[in-house]
Design a protein around this ligand. Structure first.
Ligand SMILES: *Cc1c(COP(=O)(O)O)cnc(C)c1O
Ligand code: SF4
Length: 355
């Protein structure tokens, strides 16, 4: 079968620090050890978004010696313990993550699963996929299947079609979601053929992963447009990253820009406590400050939930700035412009009767 353009792009990606040193004036030696431990891949397209060494695109994809610092962090989410079969993570009763691909178009230095994706033993076997499908088929409480990885859109169309068909044929599965960073790092993967194929599986939701306004290019916008035209509902999950997007103006510009691409901001993630990513962590107060700055200044449609995925597999919890203070039966509520408004609440004794 002829190689598609996007497969050629993957083939032409940078995968070694020596190649990187051919493009930028850097010393590859200290970075070689990092790339030996955590895989490196940068698509030609994403490489082209770097404007200068150390900029927000660079930080997301170029290895850093800080990844080898002993930050005392490990797999925080206990995903392995929540896996009834290796390709399924089942934490919530009604939905599962289906791990269908072990590789990504570019490897993010801050990735939660960096111990896993892109490593030599990360590829997903047909047997693993079959076990996942069997598990989902046998558990009738599963309504929502999230294709993840790695990046599901690195699978060839035919394999992806087969998986989507098998999962959507399970009577208790109501919706399918795909998590993919391809619109950000390999937009040429979003071909008209792919979109026509995905269109058959409505209701299909796709969450992508833009982190910085520099990623909101014309090519990315066109990729999202093709998906949206195919009826796929687009959302975005941003990770809050120190030195990349941890400022209110950057986040506001990103989220407003996403709405223009027909992508609805879904989550702003607090960094997970993953080994090798400590240098990207921000205090929770930074995220709260950003969330507070958004409310009242940009469209409510552009404002996602700020979530923290708790260690030990305890799941996601939404974090909110502290707007409400109780004062007897009254509530004192802080507005977006900082004033405090008194709200006459009903006494809590009415709670039981009403609910
Ligand atoms: C985040 C996550 C989900 C999806 O959660 P939603 O809040 O429904 O988007 C499902 N399973 C696992 C294990 C997750 O980490
Ligand atoms: S695309 Fe997602 S899974 Fe792949 S390296 Fe980036 S954060 Fe990790």
């Amino acid at each position: 079968m002829a190689q598609e353009q996007w497969q050629q792009s993957l083939h032409d990606s940078i995968v070694s620090v020596e190649q990187l040193a051919g493009w930028f004036n850097i010393d590859p030696l200290p970075l070689a050890a990092v790339a030996a431990r955590y895989p490196l891949r940068i698509t030609p397209y994403y490489l082209g978004l770097i404007e200068q060494v150390g900029d927000p695109i660079w930080k997301q994809c170029v290895p850093d010696v800080l990844e080898l610092a002993d930050d005392g962090l490990v797999d925080p989410l206990a995903e392995e313990e929540l896996s009834p079969v290796p390709t399924v993570i089942h934490r919530y009763p009604d939905r599962v993550i289906f791990y269908v691909s072990g590789s990504c178009s570019s490897y993010c230095r801050f990735c939660t699963r960096k111990r896993k994706v892109g490593c030599s033993d990360s590829s997903v076997s047909f047997r693993g996929l079959r076990d996942g499908i069997d598990y989902i088929a046998a558990n009738s409480q599963i309504r929502d299947v999230i294709f993840s990885g790695g990046d599901p859109l690195l699978l060839p169309d035919s394999v992806l079609y087969d998986l989507l068909q098998r999962i959507s044929a399970i009577p208790h599965v109501e919706i399918i979601r795909i998590g993919s960073r391809v619109p950000v790092t390999l937009p040429e993967r979003i071909t008209p053929q792919l979109c026509a194929m995905l269109k058959q599986f409505a209701p299909l939701y796709l969450n992508t992963h833009f982190n910085h306004p520099q990623e909101l290019t014309r090519a990315a916008g066109e990729a999202c447009g093709r998906l949206a035209d195919a009826g796929i509902v687009l959302g975005n999950q941003t990770v809050l990253l120190k030195g990349v997007n941890d400022q209110p103006q950057i986040i506001a510009e990103l989220f407003r820009g996403l709405l223009q691409l027909r992508v609805r901001p879904y989550y702003l993630h607090q960094m997970d406590l993953t080994r090798g990513t400590g240098h990207f962590r921000t205090p929770v107060a930074t995220g709260l400050k950003i969330m507070h700055s958004l409310r009242g200044t940009i469209s409510g449609l552009a404002i996602p939930n700020y979530v923290i995925d708790l260690p030990g597999g305890k799941g996601k919890v939404e974090l909110l700035p502290n707007y409400v203070k109780k004062d007897g039966d009254k509530l004192l509520i802080k507005t977006s412009d900082g004033s405090v408004v008194e709200y006459p609440d009903l006494p809590e004794s009415q709670l039981e009767r009403d609910c």
